[in-house]
Design a protein around this ligand. Structure first.
Ligand SMILES: [Zn+2]
Length: 334
């Protein structure tokens, strides 16, 4: 029997249906108090990603970043603070998905206020715990904003972590998520429904996606990578099979025109997600074969099954090494 048949991630219609039912049954309702308000400072609702205005950092800090804003159909995409940030205006403060690097937090918050017309963050969602996503937690938490994340993200932020970026100290108490989830759910913000869900082991092991059905926007955090090979934080629970499963789920959640916001780089579409799923699924099966041939990570990098995609995503060596190591941790081949 082909081992790939046995351990291939769930992708039959029946399996997907079961996953969907589980997600629905686990759905809980979390309401954030905020009523609909017009999006001050945001361009009219448009389907195209049109740059609205470059917002220059208002702080006097050295090397302040240039943060650009783009309209995402009533939401705002902010780029330049260390990761892609999505913001939405609310009655009692803005909603913000991810927060850039700590050095850029003041500039980012100034840009969010300028783009939303709000003067505080009501709710900040961390898609995961990496430093590029959680640099605004201190400022938002100390100002009384609600920080929401997966329970694993809270755990990592409350402890010293070791990753490819080195050792990171715990965040102060006020900067840690106060509201957490272990699964999927829905919240309401400014009259809009927002769905979130857990993508196990896909990039770290506490990744959330955030889906805005009305705007047809999906913030997928580090689980999606648009322009380069992704980081797979296998030292902290990520597994390549988790990434494949996550892309299968996101490809179902998104339609062809859904604008998908990755952690870095340009937004892509639901069609792109389906293509990425196919690339990664084929690679997963190829790697199962390599395991059965006794290959080590260096052999896989040398064989380079991703060579046909180098022009699009760059040198895959680091990604191949991490993805294969994550599989060596997860499986004993037969
Ligand atoms: Zn990350």
């Amino acid at each position: 029997m082909s081992p790939s048949t046995r351990i291939r991630p769930a992708n039959s219609v029946a399996e997907r249906h079961d996953v969907h039912l589980q997600r629905l049954s686990r759905r809980s309702l979390l309401r954030a108090a905020a009523a609909a308000v017009p999006a001050a400072g945001v361009a009219s609702l448009g389907s195209a990603l049109l740059p609205v205005s470059p917002v220059r950092a208002q702080q006097a800090a050295p090397a302040a970043p240039d943060i650009t804003t783009s309209d995402l159909g009533g939401l705002v995409l902010l780029q330049g603070a260390g990761c892609n940030v999505v913001a939405m205006p609310g009655r009692d403060g803005a909603l913000m998905i991810d927060g850039g690097l700590a050095a850029n937090a003041a500039a980012l918050l100034g840009a969010v206020y300028g783009a939303t017309g709000n003067d505080r963050i009501h709710t900040l969602i961390n898609t995961h715990w990496h430093a590029e996503q959680t640099g605004a937690n201190v400022a938002v938490g100390r100002a009384g904003g609600v920080i929401f994340a997966h329970e694993k993200t809270r755990m990592y932020l409350a402890n010293a972590t070791y990753s490819a970026a080195g050792r990171r100290e715990p965040l102060p108490e006020a900067a840690r998520p106060k509201e957490t989830t272990r699964g999927d759910g829905t919240l309401e913000f400014a009259g809009s429904r927002i769905d979130y869900g857990y993508l196990p082991q896909a990039h770290t092991d506490g990744d959330l996606y955030v889906h805005f059905p009305q705007a047809n926007v999906l913030h997928a955090g580090g689980v999606v990578s648009a322009e380069r090979w992704p980081l797979l934080d296998y030292r902290n629970g990520a597994w390549f099979g988790g990434r494949v499963r996550a892309l299968e789920w996101l490809a179902e959640l998104a339609d062809a025109d859904t604008r998908v916001v990755p952690a870095h780089g340009r937004p892509i579409t639901g069609s792109d997600i389906a293509r990425h799923r196919d690339i990664y699924l084929e690679l997963f099966e190829t790697m199962i074969g390599y395991m059965n041939m006794g290959f080590g990570p260096e052999d896989v990098v040398e064989r380079n099954p991703l060579a046909p995609f180098e022009a699009e995503f760059g040198d895959p060596s680091a990604f191949l090494d991490g993805a294969y190591r994550s599989m060596l941790i997860a499986y004993v081949p037969d």
